[in-house]
Design a protein around this ligand. Structure first.
Ligand code: AMP
Ligand code: GLY
Length: 452
């Protein structure tokens, strides 16, 4: 029997744990803090583990030895999980806190791109709101204003159409941050986004399938940015030629840059890029897998993931292959909305405002011959009765098919049987692509071929 620990507590974390147990019949995954509502075989939640305190994991590991630890959450990475656990002799997969700053600080991420030849939008960094507004006024292009640090709901970037909007965004960040004001202002880019994933061993890498994330809160990509309302995988434009371009222009320089800076980095990297008229541009580098992309990408992986992790730890990914099933998946986030939409005072719900947690969630029992998957994010076990909601994105429902239309139909049919008070979701995840106007499922079945 193999025991490992995954540090996360999101739908992504559940999808990673599921990947381990599905592809390796010998593994038991401790999942900390995980989700105590999970009743999955061989996935054991460890609620006493806290992202902000690696000592909680050390205490657990002293009693429950594991072969290795995979740290998948940016808060835990930023808190130095990899550094602390490694210093105590554990085998750990994930970037050091220093490397994780590439995600945790927008300015650091932009500097990394600029230093290592990754194409990205023009930008400037500010600690003074007046200077930021003066800059916005001088630019001939529309701007995106980004707060430098991590934000809990993924709403730290304001994409603006006008100078006035950009100034208002600066003012809003200044009001929220006070003395700690720190923003990056960058040129607004236009095009379709693509989420690119690779597993790194410190020397080599393995590309994972791409995805398209739907980050806007409302139908037809209206509303503000949030952590993501759903994803489809593979990305509808992921032709072999594009994948080769992503590898050559983004992943290779990124891996070379990490080496050149001597950063300690193993595990997943997620490059959010945009396909613009001027070519590929990096929007952000994240030092972990995407959420909700993981829910759409990882169920299609069929390689033994424990073995892949062992290869990472041996720095031997060069001899590994990634086997995927080539199917299309559509993942839809079920989130908490307001509970009384007739009440003009009611907050509209995540991620716009307050919502009531503790709402019972019905319809989670597996369906026979199910083509769909449920990944738990903010769900909590209740003393009696069904699990209850505990945060913004409650769970992710994933449909699978040979076409995007089939995957979407599966996902939305399954959503029809899940319910909780205030449940809110986007009904159009992937809809614009399902008529096949762009190739779907164009990624080669065994992405094996995509290794560096
Ligand atoms: P970030 O906070 O950097 O992860 O950005 C969040 C989202 O804001 C991205 O996924 C894009 O949808 C959007 N965004 C960020 N930067 C830009 C940009 N320079 N141009 C257009 N959209 C952007
Ligand atoms: N998919 C958005 C994120 O993981 O940040």
């Amino acid at each position: 029997m193999t025991h490992i620990l995954v540090v996360d507590g999101t739908g992504r974390g559940h999808a990673i744990c599921d990947l381990f147990v599905r592809t390796d019949p010998t593994v038991t995954v401790y999942y900390g803090p995980g989700c105590d509502a999970l009743a999955a075989e061989r996935i054991v939640p460890v609620p006493e583990i806290r992202f902000d305190d690696p000592a909680t994991a050390l205490a657990f590991l002293a009693e429950h030895p594991v072969e290795f630890v995979l740290v998948a959450n940016i808060d835990a990475l930023s808190a130095g999980y990899v550094d602390v656990l490694t210093a105590h002799g554990h085998r750990v997969i994930g970037p050091s806190a220093e490397a994780a700053r590439i995600e945790a600080s927008k300015e650091r991420g932009k500097l990394f791109c600029a230093s290592h030849g990754l194409p990205t939008a023009r930008y400037a960094a500010f600690t003074d709101p007046g200077a930021a507004k003066a800059h916005v006024q001088q630019q001939p292009y529309a701007c995106v204003v980004k707060t430098d640090g991590l934000t809990p709901d993924g709403d730290g970037s304001v994409v603006c159409a006008t100078t006035a909007e950009a100034e208002a965004a600066v003012d809003a960040f200044a009001a929220a941050q006070g003395e700690g004001f720190q923003v990056v202002v960058e040129e607004r880019l236009y095009g379709r986004e693509i989420s690119v994933f690779a597993l790194l061993d410190g020397a080599d890498y393995l590309l994972f399938p791409t995805a398209l994330d739907f980050k806007r809160t409302l139908e037809r990509d209206a509303g503000k940015n949030c952590d993501g309302m759903g994803s489809i995988a593979p990305h509808p434009q992921a032709s072999p030629a594009l994948l080769e371009q992503l590898r050559r222009d983004l992943v290779e320089p990124l891996v070379a840059g990490l080496k050149a800076e001597g950063l300690t980095y193993t595990g997943f990297v997620y490059i959010g890029a945009m396909l613009t008229d001027e070519g590929l541009k990096v929007i952000e580098i994240n030092t972990r897998f995407g959420d909700s992309e993981a829910e759409a990408v990882l169920p299609g992986v069929h390689s033994d993931f424990t073995e892949l992790c062992r290869a990472v730890l041996r720095q031997d990914l060069a001899s590994s292959l990634l086997v995927t099933d080539g199917l299309v998946r559509c993942s839809v986030a079920l989130t908490q909305g307001c509970l009384d939409d007739t009440d003009p005072q009611a907050a509209p719900g995540w991620p716009f405002g307050a919502y009531d947690t503790g709402q019972p969630v019905l319809g989670l029992a597996p369906f026979p011959l199910e083509q769909t998957r449920l990944f738990y994010a903010n769900l909590r076990a209740a003393a009696d009765g069904p699990p209850v909601t505990s945060g913004g994105r409650v769970l992710h429902v994933v449909g699978t098919g040979t076409t995007l239309a089939e995957a979407r139909a599966q996902a939305y049919r399954r959503i029809g049987s899940v319910s909780f008070p205030g449940m809110r979701f986007r009904s159009d995840i992937g809809a614009a692509f399902e008529d096949g106007s762009l190739p779907s499922g164009a990624e080669p079945a065994a992405a094996a071929q995509l290794r560096s």
